[in-house]
Design a protein around this ligand. Structure first.
Ligand code: URA
Ligand code: SF4
Length: 227
């Protein structure tokens, strides 16, 4: 774990310093090697009930990365991030913001689906700080490899994983945040999670969606300014 990671409040919440993904992460920037190793991760208990590790996907040299919370039910089955309902909304918003969907890296803060079973249904459970901390080495490794210029945190879990607890989504959304981290990347933008928009009551959904698109445009503009 890097010195920077140990200062991250998400990590301080983790009482199990010995646990976590670090022991499973190979010393490589090769994304496919990282993906293969992540498939065998047992860094926290979430691997037990989930179907498979859902690693990031996209352009290996993407200048923009988007980080969600954890795979959902569909992602757990298919083994790819953001391929369910939230993913469809995200892709639509990305298109509308003028971002080339083939030039981004998409991943999650936590790489196994956390859920409870109710009858025949698997109900999403928000990951705890310990899961965020345990899985952070994978997120750090993939973001070091991709080395995007801007990282978009979709919702509170990604924000917590990358920026700690001092950044608040609703207060700090939609502006470029410059941060010194152990990652190659120092520019972040936080916004709402697309699932939150799906849960927004009908009357308020169009404006919630428009605000997400507007935030993504800020990220796109930041990339253009960087040249
Ligand atoms: N929600 C997420 O945060 N990530 C996914 O991959 C799917 C839904
Ligand atoms: Fe490893 Fe992350 Fe899965 Fe936990 S959630 S087992 S740390 S890949």
């Amino acid at each position: 774990m890097s010195p920077d990671d140990s200062r991250d409040p998400a990590h301080r919440d983790n009482g199990h310093e010995a646990a976590g993904a670090a022991a499973f992460v190979p010393e490589t920037e090769d994304l496919e090697a990282l993906r293969a190793a992540a498939a065998d991760c047992q860094g926290c208990e979430l691997f037990r009930d989930a179907t498979q590790t859902v690693f990031g996907r996209g352009a290996p040299r993407a200048r923009l990365a988007l980080v969600g919370e954890q795979p959902g039910d569909v992602e757990d089955e298919r083994g790819a991030p953001f391929v369910g309902p939230a993913g469809r909304l995200l892709v639509q918003a990305i298109d509308e913001a003028g971002i080339d969907r083939d030039q981004i890296w998409v991943t999650n803060a936590v790489k196994h689906f956390r859920f409870t079973v109710r009858g025949t249904r698997r109900i999403h459970q928000t990951p705890d700080a310990v899961h965020i901390a345990a899985c952070k080495p994978w997120l750090s490794a993939e973001l070091r490899s991709v080395a995007p210029d801007v990282v978009v945190c979709l919702g509170a879990t990604a924000t917590r994983a990358l920026l700690g607890t001092t950044v608040r989504v609703m207060r700090d959304r939609g502006v470029v945040l410059e941060r010194d981290t152990s990652l190659g990347t120092k520019r972040f933008l936080v916004t709402v999670h697309p699932s939150a928009i799906l849960r927004t009551p009908d009357a308020d959904r169009p404006s919630a969606y428009a605000a997400l698109v507007s935030d993504l445009r800020v990220a796109a503009a930041a990339l253009q300014l960087l040249g």
